[in-house]
Design a protein. Structure first.
Lengths: 351, 265
């Protein structure tokens, strides 16, 4: 199996640093890298592409050491956030750019460019200059320019950030389709966690140039290894379920319990609830909130000013309360308690 | 009080601009109209002026090409490279810019004349001092730092990610430079070359010292103007001046064309 393996890669570049990055990315995988601005995500992609040589560490591709291999020999394409279409060339010439470098015949180039333009739905734009295209069209042209090379790996640097919400949703579906149809291994940087569940097979969370956690989206959201990951993802409670519309709201069947939510999505979904949106009450509690569950406290982690309290209501729900509340309620493991949250606190993503 | 839509301040400043414009036109027109027209036309056709035009064109074009050959790689490495001593190199490269051309000329004269390097070059038959070759050398020395400066900022304005993308699409470093960076630099390059050429045409001090002012040998247009003024041949001097004005105007027009963002090549 083809695998891209980074081992203890270090790189200083201007104000950015990669610290001891070790990663394994499998062939055909959709791999995402999540992290705040300045975490070194773009430098990581550029190092994988061969634009920067690591100061130390190795990169191997199917067992072959490619650490010092120049980018043009790696078969790894990159699509930048700011698309970087060559402004002096038409869309056709942009897509044909890499094929021309391979000295293919004019006929073959034209054929492959038009096939790729069809796939990306930009056939009518081939004679235009990039500056005259909309953001979404530019994004697709840049994607076509990268994909026409049939790369082993496609690196995407925040491809959604220049787009509005509707275009983002479209591009997400398109990326999923491209990944399915071409089987290209994708490495995709993002800071939108809506991207994660529909797309990512696995992801890595980056902080200050280091990989702090790697795993499937559920592993990372449900079991954040550090405060940083928990805070950055912000979703301590993540569950898979089936959403069914009932009148104005949606019921999500998680198996042991059914959540009430407000969402346009139906069918297989991921439901996420932020820990700080849970209300805990020792006695019965009457409110307008649509989700009320009775359960037992299974775990309390006192942690500075805030404490994490896990309540088993059939599934484990994690809440965050202040130290004062913890003492006032006198919570202890094994205690019966009510957990309450609004339907709007349930964040739903298509699975 | 307002005159039309202009404020008093604007009116005052516009008046100064208008006065300046009139002054420039009157000064130049006065010079052109000073000699009798017949004598001026005859001077423009004289062997001496035709020689000066040819010599100026040939030396300035060769020097501009040499400047480009050197300035493109140097400017690119200053814009993109990270090497020790980059700051020092930048400052040193700017020295000829700040130097009065006469001083550059004296330094070049000593280097190519009495110094051992000059003696050696002379011995192998490369004679720079008081020759047309000296004109080319002087023009190159005075103008190459200027072109480096212009091109450096041109290259700095080009996002290096264009080259990164080209590399991942199969280009070697050289091919990425050739297919992406150079075409993207075409406006800056075109403007830089026109300015360099026009500065070469007008250069006087450094050429005077290194190449001398020998009639019909190292007589460029500015030298022709100087020689004929000193010998009282006003018509010939003015003929040279008119051609220099024409060349300045032409290069201004070409520059205007570049800055209007239309594609040139």
């Amino acid at each position: 199996m083809v695998m891209l393996v980074l081992t203890a890669v270090n790189k200083r570049f201007g104000e950015f640093t990669l610290r001891n990055v070790s990663l394994t990315i499998r062939e055909g995988e959709y791999f995402m890298i999540l992290g705040p601005t300045g975490a070194g995500k773009t430098i990581l992609l550029e190092t994988i592409a061969g634009i920067h040589m690591p100061d130390s560490g190795t990169i191997t591709l199917s067992g072959l050491d490619i650490t010092r291999l120049p980018p043009e020999q790696r078969g790894i394409s990159i699509v930048y956030q700011d698309v970087m279409l060559f402004p002096h060339l038409t869309v056709f010439e942009n897509i044909a750019f890499g094929l021309k470098e391979q000295r293919l015949s004019v006929g073959e180039i034209a054929e492959r460019v038009s096939a790729m333009a069809d796939l990306m739905g930009i056939s009518s734009l081939l004679e235009r200059l990039p500056q005259t295209l909309s953001g979404g069209e530019q994004q697709r042209a840049a994607m076509a320019r990268a994909l026409v090379m049939c790369p082993r790996f496609l690196l995407l640097d925040e491809p959604m950030s220049a787009l509005d919400a509707a275009s983002r949703m479209r591009l997400r579906q398109e990326l999923k389709r491209i990944h399915r149809n071409t089987g290209t291994t994708m490495i995709h940087i993002t800071h939108y966690f809506e991207d994660l569940f529909p797309l990512a097979d696995r992801l890595a969370v980056m902080q200050d140039g280091a990989i702090v956690q790697t795993g499937t989206p559920e592993e990372i959201f449900n079991h954040p290894k550090s405060d940083f990951v928990a805070h950055f993802t912000g979703m301590e409670n993540i569950f898979r379920g089936r959403a069914v519309r009932r009148d104005d709201e949606v019921e999500i069947d998680l198996g042991p319990i059914v959540l009430h939510a407000v969402t346009p999505f139906e069918g297989d979904v991921i439901a996420g609830i932020r820990a700080d949106e849970l209300i805990l009450s020792p006695g019965p509690f009457d409110s307008t909130a649509r989700n009320t569950f009775r359960g037992t406290v299974s775990e309390i982690q006192a942690n500075g000013a805030f404490s994490r309290v896990v309540v088993d209501v059939g599934i484990p729900l994690c809440g965050i309360i202040t130290r004062q509340s913890l003492f006032r309620l006198g919570l202890a493991p094994g205690q019966e308690i009510t957990v309450i949250f609004k339907a709007s606190a349930v964040h739903v993503f298509p699975a | 009080m307002r005159t039309g839509h202009l404020s008093t301040l604007q009116t005052g400043f516009s008046a100064i601009a208008l006065a300046l414009l009139v002054f420039i036109i009157v000064v130049l027109a006065g010079m052109i109209l000073y000699p009798p027209t017949g004598a001026l036309v005859q001077s423009l056709h004289s062997a001496e002026i035709l020689f000066a035009i040819m010599l100026s064109l040939v030396t300035s074009v060769i020097s501009t090409c040499l400047c480009a050959l050197v300035a493109i790689p140097v400017a690119y490495s200053l814009a993109r490279g990270t090497f020790p001593g980059k700051r020092a190199a930048t400052i040193l490269l700017n020295i000829p810019l700040a130097l009065p051309p006469l001083v550059a000329g004296v330094a070049l004269l000593i280097f190519f004349g009495p110094s051992s390097i000059g003696q050696f070059l002379e011995a192998v038959g490369v004679s720079v001092v008081f020759t047309p070759l000296g004109i080319i050398v002087a023009l190159f020395f005075v103008n190459v730092p200027y072109l480096i400066r212009v091109l450096r900022s041109t290259f700095e304005d080009i996002n290096p990610r264009f080259e990164h993308v080209a590399r991942t699409l199969g280009c070697s470093e050289w091919r990425a430079f050739r297919r992406v960076t150079l075409p993207l630099a075409r406006h800056g390059l075109g403007a830089g070359l026109v300015i360099t050429w026009s500065k070469c045409i007008g250069e006087f001090g450094a050429v005077l010292i290194l190449a001398g002012a020998t009639r019909m040998k190292t007589e460029t247009l500015p030298i022709a103007l100087f020689l004929n003024m000193s010998t009282g041949e006003i018509e010939l001097a003015i003929a040279a001046a008119i051609i220099l004005i024409g060349i300045s105007l032409a290069s201004l027009l070409i520059l205007e064309y570049f800055s209007s963002d239309s594609c040139f090549f």
